[in-house]
Design a protein around this ligand. Structure first.
Ligand SMILES: Cc1cc2nc3c(=O)[nH]c(=O)nc-3n(C[C@H](O)[C@H](O)[C@H](O)COP(=O)(O)O)c2cc1C
Length: 211
């Protein structure tokens, strides 16, 4: 049986644009995997702890031991390891990930545990799996706005790609919902584009392996 791990990051809960699109992604994945188990984690409602001094010291301790300061990290990594498919739904906040998603990243990207540091660089210790990143933003960052304003900086999608890749997850599919706060028509068009990209990615022989 497959397990889908769904991380929601918006403070706006189920009504958030990113949350709504993620529900569609999950519904389509469940068509491919009707018996899939869904594990849902709302990072905004229940944020992971921020890195503190005890955590910073503990990650440098001997591999294999899980001191109290790393218990949340260990639980979150195990939850991720157990997932066959990862779905992250997030708003863009100030060109990057919201703080709750950064807090999750700091818990799960852990030296000796989810990645190894080698002379050749960092090597991920998790097996690869499909991951979906649904990003909602008030403006445009993949290109200029419809009125010609230049694309905003995007530190979100390259960042998530880099951190997942660091731990071994490379099979990342990104769906963007841009300009969604600029009116219902723009939002609906953004959803239509994201749905089309989802269908393309799920097409047989194209992109993602959903088996
Ligand atoms: C603190 C904050 C920062 C934001 N920063 C950006 C930004 O840098 N670029 C952008 O396009 N939209 C920005 N927005 C707008 C959100 O991305 C937009 O409201 C989006 O719909 C949020 O997604 P959600 O509906 O899934 O929560 C920001 C919103 C908030 C609350």
């Amino acid at each position: 049986m497959k397990t889908i791990l769904h991380l929601r990051c918006s403070p706006r809960g189920a009504a958030a644009f990113s949350s709504l699109m993620a529900e569609e992604v999950i519904a389509r994945l469940q068509q491919h995997h009707p018996t899939a188990r869904l594990v849902f984690r709302d990072l905004a409602a229940d944020p992971p702890p921020l890195v503190d001094a005890a955590f910073s010291a503990a990650i440098l301790g001997p591999p294999g031991e899980v001191p109290p300061a790393l218990e949340v990290s260990e639980a979150l990594i195990r939850e991720l390891e157990a997932a066959d498919i990862l779905v992250i739904a997030t708003p863009m906040h100030n060109y990057g990930v919201p703080a709750v998603l950064k807090a999750w990243v700091d818990q799960i990207v852990r030296i000796h545990r989810s990645f190894a540091s080698t002379p050749g660089g960092k090597v991920g210790k998790l097996h690869d799996r499909p991951a979906w990143l649904v990003v909602a933003s008030g403006g445009w960052f993949t290109g200029p706005s419809p009125t010609g304003a230049p694309a905003q900086p995007d530190f979100l999608t390259p960042y998530v790609q880099a951190v997942l890749s660091t731990i071994g997850i490379h099979d990342l599919h990104i769906l963007t919902l841009e300009g969604v706060t600029r009116g219902a028509d723009i939002a609906e068009a953004a959803f239509a584009r994201a749905r089309a990209a989802l269908e393309r990615a799920l097409s047989p022989g194209v992109g993602i392996s959903v088996n």
